[in-house]
Design a protein around this ligand. Structure first.
Ligand code: HEM
Length: 479
């Protein structure tokens, strides 16, 4: 019975190879229900890809807490040494479409979903601790500059450097991207970062600031541009294949979860703005503290159901973890679920990878593709014993002050940390960085963009900028 072909409605399917025709040489009949259904379903197979981070790969695993964090946060997953929390991780490229080669230089996404006893907690980070812009108003423009030219439909260094050279806050991340870590050897051999500063709150209501670091236990390895170009022509899915094959052969990758904890009041007076995602917080000032470890040990059974339909969101917090005033983060709190309602529909949270492991009880109902609802009371207030508010999720109240306005970033020093990053690199890495920049910026036609961008590097560090200028053969008239 089970091996017999059935339609979506369960009816026996008589012929899957020959359409129903009017006579042996005649036209196909409208009456061919199986044919029409099969074509109609096929016509609807593709859904919108993610507007960014469209190409990616994911796997399931477990997070194990090795150090109790209850002093800092009441979040379920970080309380009680030894606690294990199931999780999903999706790695991705940012700019390319879903079929784009994996080894093109780009930031890599590092999105985690923890299925905690207090609901889903997501950290939607990257393999870089910083980002290109710090205001959500600039994000769509930034992404347009990374995607394809509206006329030629090509990706264009001209567009990318035009945006970056006019956005000084990006120079730190551009330095990171053009450096060795801009092209990881595998998803397994790169670190991940929450990038933003978040707020942790303990059971006594005491807040602190936290930054997440996920340190690869496989070590950090990168590939040169030459290797990347060779691989791109041989295996467009190189990073995806490496992850899948490692897990399939039980070579499970793992990462240490570390945090930087910044005392609440101190955070407002740190030497750089901790709410500006273009900046890092020094490990000397706030050292990494070990929290736990996660291991990926299960490939998806079905890529589309479990990875393509996975929906991560920086707005998925659990009690004990809250947003910070980081403007970029605040914009992200809206954008992800909005994109997912468009990409997957109003009931995307009921799809397998998005469903929490704890019951869902609220007054939201119906919508496209709803199923499995009970008929319990669907309004509040009610006298029908409907679910009540859970005040464990009450945010830690905090002061806000000042005049509503469109403010510039509080900290306008976008250069010193980019210069520090350049100086942290070995001489070899600096050479490769300059070569990569000169190759990419060198392909830009507009001399003004080249000059503006080189000035950004010069302001980060005069030696850095001068080396780029020499490589490009341009003269800077700064000092
Ligand atoms: C205002 C700034 C940003 C906006 C508006 C934004 C918006 C988006 C949107 C709409 C998606 C697609 C979501 C989906 O369809 O499921 C996405 C994906 C993603 N974003 Fe952002 N983003 C921003 C900044 C960032 C930053 C700063 C990071 C990292 C620190 C980041 C990391 C990611 C990752 C990793 C994904 C892919 C998630 C997955 O694997 O499904 N984004 N972003």
């Amino acid at each position: 019975m089970s091996d017999k072909l059935r339609t979506q409605e369960g009816q026996p399917w008589s012929d899957n190879n020959h359409s129903l025709t009017a006579g042996e040489r005649g036209p196909v009949l409208m009456q061919d229900y199986e044919l029409l259904e099969k074509l109609a379903h096929f016509d609807r197979e593709r859904i919108p890809e993610r507007v960014v981070h469209a190409k990616g790969a994911g796997a399931k695993g477990t997070f194990k807490l090795t150090h109790d964090m209850s002093k800092y946060t009441k979040a379920d997953l970080f309380n009680g040494v030894g606690k294990e929390t199931p999780m999903l991780l999706r790695f991705s490229q940012v700019a390319g479409e879903s079929g784009y080669p994996d080894t093109i230089r780009d930031v890599r996404g590092f999105a985690l979903k923890f299925y905690t006893q207090a609901g889903n907690y997501d950290i939607v980070g990257n393999n870089t601790p910083i980002f290109f812009v710090n205001d959500p108003l600039k994000f769509p423009d930034f992404i347009h500059s990374q995607k394809r030219d509206p006329k030629t439909h090509r990706r264009s260094n001209e567009m990318q450097f035009d945006f970056w050279s006019h956005s000084p806050e990006s120079v730190h991340q551009v330095t990171y991207l053009m450096g060795d870590r801009g092209n990881p050897a595998s998803y397994r051999e790169m670190n991940g970062y929450g990038s933003h500063t978040f707020k942790w709150v303990n059971a006594d209501g005491e807040p602190c600031w936290v930054k997440y670091h996920f340190i690869s236990e496989q070590g950090v390895k990168n590939m040169t541009d030459e290797m990347a170009a060779k691989i791109a022509s041989e295996d467009t899915d190189f990073l995806q294949n490496d992850l899948f094959d490692a897990i399939e052969s039980e070579n499970y990758p793992s990462w240490k979860v570390m945090v930087q904890i910044i005392p609440y009041e101190e955070g407002f007076h740190y030497k750089s703005d901790i709410f500006d995602v273009t900046k890092v917080v020094s490990h000397h000032d706030y050292p990494l503290i070990e929290v736990g470890e996660f291991t990926l040990n299960e490939n998806p059974e079905n890529y589309f159901d479990e990875i393509e339909e996975a929906a991560f969101s920086p707005a998925n917090f659990v009690p004990g973890i809250e947003a910070s005033p980081d403007k970029l983060l605040q914009g992200r709190l809206f954008s992800y679920k909005d994109a997912e309602r468009y990409r997957l529909g109003a009931n995307f949270e009921k799809l397998p990878s998005n469903r929490p492991v704890v019951p869902v009880k609220n007054y939201e109902r119906d919508g496209f593709m709803s199923s499995g609802q009970d008929s319990s009371v669907n309004y509040e207030p009610n006298s029908k014993n409907g679910p009540k508010e859970d005040h464990t999720a009450h945010i830690q109240p905090y002061e806000v002050a000042g005049k509503a306005d469109h403010y510039q970033a509080y900290d306008q020093d976008f250069y010193s940390q980019a210069g520090d990053l350049y100086n942290l690199m070995s001489a070899d890495e600096q050479d490769r960085l300059i070569k990569t920049i000169v190759t990419n910026l060198g392909s830009v036609h507009d001399e003004n963009i080249k000059k503006l961008q080189t000035e950004q590097f010069y302001k980060a560090d005069p030696v850095y900028g001068q080396r780029v200028a020499d490589g490009l053969g341009i003269k800077l008239d700064l000092d």
